[in-house]
Design a protein around this ligand. Sequence first.
Ligand SMILES: *Cc1c(COP(=O)(O)O)cnc(C)c1O
Length: 396
Amino acid sequence: MIYADNAATTAMSKKAIHAMLPYLDEVYGNPSSLYAFGQKAKEALEAARGRIAACLGCEAREITFTSGGSESDNQAIMTAAALGEKKGRKHIISTAFEHHAVLHTLEKLKKRGFEITLLPVHENGIVTAKQVAEAIREDTCLVTVMYANNEIGTIQPVSEIGAVCREKGVLFHSDAVQAAGHLPVNVNEQKIDMLSLSAHKFHGPKGIGVLYAKRGILLESIISGGAQERGKRAGTENLAAIVGMAAALEEACAEIDNNAKRLTALRDRLIAGLNKIPYSELNGDAGKRLPGNVNFCFEGIEGESLLLLLDDKGICASSGSACTSGSLDPSHVLLAIGRPHEVAHGSLRLTLGENTTEDEVDYMIQAVTEVVTYLRNMSPFWRDLSTGRRPHVFAE
Ligand SMILES: *Cc1c(COP(=O)(O)O)cnc(C)c1O
């Protein structure tokens, strides 16, 4: 089997698994308990917090543990909304191609009277700091722009956006779930006020994440209960997962340059191979994208059939986001960069990981080329295109 869906989730690192084992087994105390056995768990919890803070360039007390990227995004946005509401500032700026954890939270706020500006995304999959600057108003309480897109992998100019927001006194949140462990993150240098990350996207366990919030930002609890996480996130801590996440993040950050170099070479080899398929086009900027992300549209192809046939050839791939697969709507990300509906349906995302080999890349090029040719030969839509009854979208 070839696993090429690392944007959906990643294999756990052996170091992370080993780091977790004692906390699944003998060290099972509750960090909130006062006896020494509980305090041993508490020490491990705080050590993990410190190690994660060091990876992000912040202080330990600025780290809150959550159940993952979705919860962190929800809590960051609800916090900014609560703070904004107190000051009568009810305008939020985001982008049209955010993850649904952001977009659906913003829709909820819209029903509560917030005004939401979703910035359009350029054809290359990037939003500029200038767009953000022009959209900021007196009543803007939050700018939330993702660090790297989960479908097309494009990297956003978060440092520039952070500088604009800091200058105008507006909170800046970034969903860095795809970036953390893969691209450099330093929340102070990048002027990021709140940042979300999720362990299972960088070889850590599932169901655990972090919300970084700059000192002085009073987080709004979205789960009520006990006083864990300084009263900002109730519920007994998932200590084993937290320890595993710290180990995975440290490992990923130590290897960021090496992994990026190796993955970029594999990515570009795959892109060059798939570019040879006629009437196909890469989605998103060719250079400003995650080292492991490849996302193509093929004219005359229906994405679901492509995935099933690739599965038969042992390749785990995706048509876009794991969250939208199963729905028949084309990806909101591909529509946001201006792909027409009929082309957006024929998309394929292959996301490489630290375990991907050059032989696997070559096999993927061969398999995708074969499957696309096979499906096109069967498709009446393709016949219309090749006989000129419908116009082509892409050049050959
Ligand atoms: C995966 C992902 C999320 C959701 O993270 P979970 O930990 O699965 O809840 C949010 N944003 C982006 C960009 C993602 O890729």
